[in-house]
Design a protein around this ligand. Structure first.
Ligand code: GDP
Length: 428
């Protein structure tokens, strides 16, 4: 049985917490796309952790954590993360790394940084983790798979030298930066090889066996629908597919094995980086209050510490995000944060060229969209600790039901606090 946990919006919806919660009943948790450019924040009995590459199942002794072939693998970051959790008392997790996962090369990070510098004010707001240069090289077929680290020195050097011809021309003539030499990179790759060697595995084969044995597998997505390369707010997207459907490609399982798709939707909106964000709160004082109260300790990037852009819940974007994910269940998160508001605006439509639509448009039209709001009364209560749906304040239930009707997908989980146990299951 495979379940996917993915995001409906711009990311940071609280997928880490939901994965951590559902991992209790899972055997295997898989990261299938993206890299260390975003993070999941998890709070549990061991402490508070920001994971960037490790799947959010690593805190349970019984789960196997897998880095799938679709991931942009930054080897030193992965190993620093393992060290960090073990240093904080978490038992050494069982980890498997796909032999077909590709490696973030040292020059991917340099190129990401140099390109952002070159674009200056017109940059994509990249986290400079090398993700876009990495995926460009993967699809240009000049990337390095984990399995390539185990090739002969001659073969690796030959490929590196060919790649560096192109890279060095760009470094010298476009970016005016020092050029690179193959031997240095080779030496770095050999350090990576030593680190990954005990964990390398044919992940697709491993999962095939696991599924035949009836094991439960969670696929953990990074970011959300609106950052998907194909279906998001292109070009202000990430360079990988954030959809559950890509989960099958990103670890090598049949698509029909994915039986449940839990799409995580935050009770308000936040986004990082540049790009269209129709329900953004434009009054900075109002936005800042929500940012400071948001999540667990404020809405600031888990990787970069950057303040996130804040917005009201957007039914148009969320309905689209849920549809593209193929949602079977909505996990509605961070609802407790809204308890301070007298009233809560909800974006129910977009006005584009004088017409109101509830269908999320392409970027060209999105640029013209103005939010149409309906305002609901707040509940002015702390809802943390409540375990049953019926015990939630009436206005809180009305907020959930109002949104559920407009998004058209069942809200079966409500997260009312950052901890594992802060969850209300709701039968539909
Ligand atoms: P992810 O990338 O989708 O996992 O999202 P983040 O790591 O940005 O998670 C959002 C933040 O909200 C983290 O700091 C979580 O600890 C926190 N969080 C998750 N669920 C809840 C919730 O229901 N209530 C509150 N207050 N915080 C939550």
């Amino acid at each position: 049985m495979v379940k996917a946990i993915v995001g409906a919006n711009w990311g940071d919806e609280g997928k880490g917490k939901i994965t951590d919660t559902l991992a209790e009943k899972a055997d295997i948790v898989v990261r299938f796309q993206g890299g260390a450019n975003a993070g999941h924040t998890i709070k549990n009995a061991y402490g508070k952790f920001a994971l960037h590459t490790l799947p959010s199942g690593v805190f349970y002794g019984h789960t196997t954590s897998i880095i799938g072939n679709g991931v942009a693998l930054n080897v030193p970051i992965l190993f620093n993360e393992i060290k960090d959790i073990v240093d904080k008392g978490v038992p050494m997790p069982k980890i498997l790394i796909s032999d077909r996962a590709q490696i973030i090369m040292p020059y991917h990070i340099l190129f990401d940084k140099y390109e952002e510098e070159r674009l200056a004010g017109k940059s994509f707001g990249s986290t400079k983790s090398g993700i876009a240069p990495f995926y460009s090289d993967k699809f240009a077929k000049i990337g390095f798979q984990v399995s390539d680290l185990f090739d002969t020195k001659e073969a690796i050097m030959d490929r590196l030298e060919r790649v560096l011809v192109q890279k060095n021309i760009l470094l010298e003539h476009l970016y005016h930066k020092p050029t690179l030499n193959a031997e240095d990179i080779y030496n770095e790759l050999m350090q990576y090889k030593e680190m990954v060697a005990p964990y390398v595995c044919d992940v697709a084969l491993f999962l095939d066996k696991a599924l035949k044995e009836g094991k439960t597998v969670l696929l953990e997505g990074q970011l959300g629908t609106l950052k998907d390369t194909d279906h998001g707010i292109y070009p202000m997207v990430t360079s990988s597919n954030t959809l559950a459907s890509y989960g099958a490609v990103g670890c090598g399982i049949p698509p029909y094995e994915i039986k449940q798709i839990v799409t995580v939707c935050k009770a308000y909106s936040s986004a990082v980086g540049a790009g269209e964000f129709v329900s953004e709160i434009l009054d900075e004082a109002v936005a800042d209050e929500l940012r400071r109260r948001g999540g667990d300790g404020g809405e600031y990037g888990a990787t970069t510490g950057r303040p996130r852009r804040m917005g009201w819940f957007d039914c148009v974007a969320s309905k689209y995000g849920l549809r593209l994910q193929g949602t079977t269940d909505v996990a509605f998160t961070v609802l407790d944060v809204l308890g301070y508001l007298d009233e809560i605006p909800v974006c129910v439509g977009y006005e584009i060229d004088g017409e109101v639509t509830t269908d999320f448009p392409v970027t060209r039209l999105l640029k013209k969209a103005k939010p149409v709001y309906e305002t609901l009364p707040g509940w002015k209560e702390d809802i943390r600790g409540i375990k049953e749906y019926d015990k939630l304040p009436e206005n809180c239930r009305k907020y959930i039901e109002f949104i559920e009707e407009r998004i058209g997908y069942p809200i079966t989980m409500i997260s009312n606090g950052p901890a594992r146990e802060d969850i209300i299951y709701r039968k539909k």
